[in-house]
Design a protein around this ligand. Structure first.
Ligand code: SF4
Length: 424
């Protein structure tokens, strides 16, 4: 163990990485290291009192994320050169893809490791995410093989976590004061498909719900339109603990491109599914994500996507420009789209979605909302409703005194903006 046994982690990328970083933090704490949250003012790290280990968890999904990871590695190396940390360890998806090149480029890094099956150990705690919000990763890897996606190259095929391990983790999280349980994976609707006999997410969710007493919100993140079942929609609609929040990435709507993306779903199937969800849960919020500039996307294809987004009005939307990832099937597709065209299409969709999001939030005016308080900035408290996932969606600002982060508070919505709400 290090002389001053202080360590910290910089966690980049998605919720799944946050989960992995928590597990790694747990392992170091089990070995007697003390966690230092570098992002907090009170974190006292200096030349005189350096960290023993600084750890960076990287993302290697798309160009933008890769660039960010490399920038942070460089910053961490400067941190080491300034003698603020004795050791620097780097792990995660970027390392899984480019370990040799990275080790050659950055000899200052003391340890590199890729991605491994990181299971929660015998206690669930949070150093990185707040104590009231827990990410529960139920599977690793993916069986869908979308042609643009590097994740199967990094994480491999689908490996669902056994029910027993998942329920143990839920019980621990519930006991440890978790209020919001975010169920994550690459595609959680594929959970159990690698078991013989197969199991499904609906059955697992029913079991998870039985283990929740302190937990008030259960949120499903990263579903796949091909694998969402009627029974799952029914359970979301009828169980009051399950957030009426449907995270449904479609990536595109043109049938030729959906085929080239290997999304295994068609335009009419997507439309039917959204219609069904909105019929059964009219007050639900649907988040989706789309990719612009996929190889072969013509102006007509793009217009078809734009018209569909105008018509369907997703409440929340993530927009990505296609990132040409080596060793993925789409890397060698013809008709790669010029980056200026990708950027122009990206901006068009963002412009449109800003209006749609503002329209969607107006429906909350005058309504009461259950808000999970997360922080305070001067005299404003900031929280989220069940319709906002952590980090990626909007916020609820509360003009109220005496609230406490980690508590729920029922508030009346008095203001609606492009992405956020004001309540009191
Ligand atoms: S479902 Fe998601 S993680 Fe799986 S291959 Fe497709 S884009 Fe990648």
């Amino acid at each position: 163990m290090g002389s001053n046994n202080k360590f910290s982690i910089v966690s980049l990328g998605c919720f799944r990485n946050t989960y992995d970083s928590e597990i790694v933090a747990q392992r170091f704490e089990d070995r007697g290291y003390k966690f230092v949250p570098l992002w907090k003012k009170e974190a006292s790290v200096s030349k005189k009192a350096p960290l023993d280990i600084l750890i960076v968890n990287t993302c290697g999904f798309i160009d933008k994320a890769k660039k960010e990871s490399i920038d942070i590695i460089r910053e961490a190396i400067d941190y080491k050169k300034e003698k603020k940390t004795r050791n620097l360890y780097v792990f995660g998806c970027l390392v899984q893809r480019y370990k040799k090149q990275l080790a050659r480029a950055f000899p200052e890094v003391d340890q590199w490791w890729g991605v491994e099956q990181l299971n929660a150990s015998n206690s669930v705690h949070r150093d990185i995410s707040p104590s009231w919000s827990y990410f529960l990763k139920i599977c690793e890897g993916c069986l869908n093989r979308c042609s643009y996606c590097a994740i199967p190259l990094i994480k491999g095929g689908l490996r669902s976590k056994p029910v027993k391990d998942i329920l143990t983790e839920v019980r621990m999280a519930d006991k440890n004061g978790t209020k919001e349980l975010n169920i994550i994976g690459q595609d959680i609707t594929s959970w159990g498909k690698d078991f013989r006999p197969q199991k499904n997410l609906t059955g697992l969710l029913e079991n998870i719900l039985k283990e929740t007493s302190n937990i008030k919100w259960v949120r499903l993140i990263y579903t796949h339109p091909r694998h969402i079942t009627d029974s799952l929609i029914e359970l979301i609609a009828t169980n009051k603990k399950v957030c009426k929040y449907i995270d449904l990435p479609i990536q595109h709507i043109n049938d030729r491109l959906l085929k080239k993306m290997n999304r295994k779903v068609t335009k009419s199937q997507i439309k039917r599914l959204i219609k069904k969800i909105r019929k059964i849960m009219p007050s639900s919020v649907i988040r989706s994500s789309v990719i612009t500039g996929f190889p072969g996307e013509t102006e007509d294809d793009f217009r078809e996507l734009l018209d569909f987004l105008k018509e369907v009005k997703f409440d929340k939307l993530g927009v990505f420009t296609y990132s040409r990832e080596e060793n993925t099937p789409a890397y060698n597709f013809g008709s790669q789209v010029h980056h200026q065209t990708k950027k122009r299409r990206f901006s068009r969709i963002m412009e449109l979605q800003q209006k749609i999001s503002a329209e969607s939030l107006i429906k909350f005016l005058g309504k009461d909302l259950q808000v999970l308080i997360e922080e305070r900035k001067e005299d404003i408290f900031i929280g989220r409703s069940e319709y906002d996932a952590p980090e990626v969606d909007g916020l609820v600002f509360l003009r109220k005194k005496g609230l406490r982060p980690g508590d729920f508070y029922r508030a009346k919505v008095v203001g609606a903006y492009d992405y956020d709400l004001l309540a009191e």
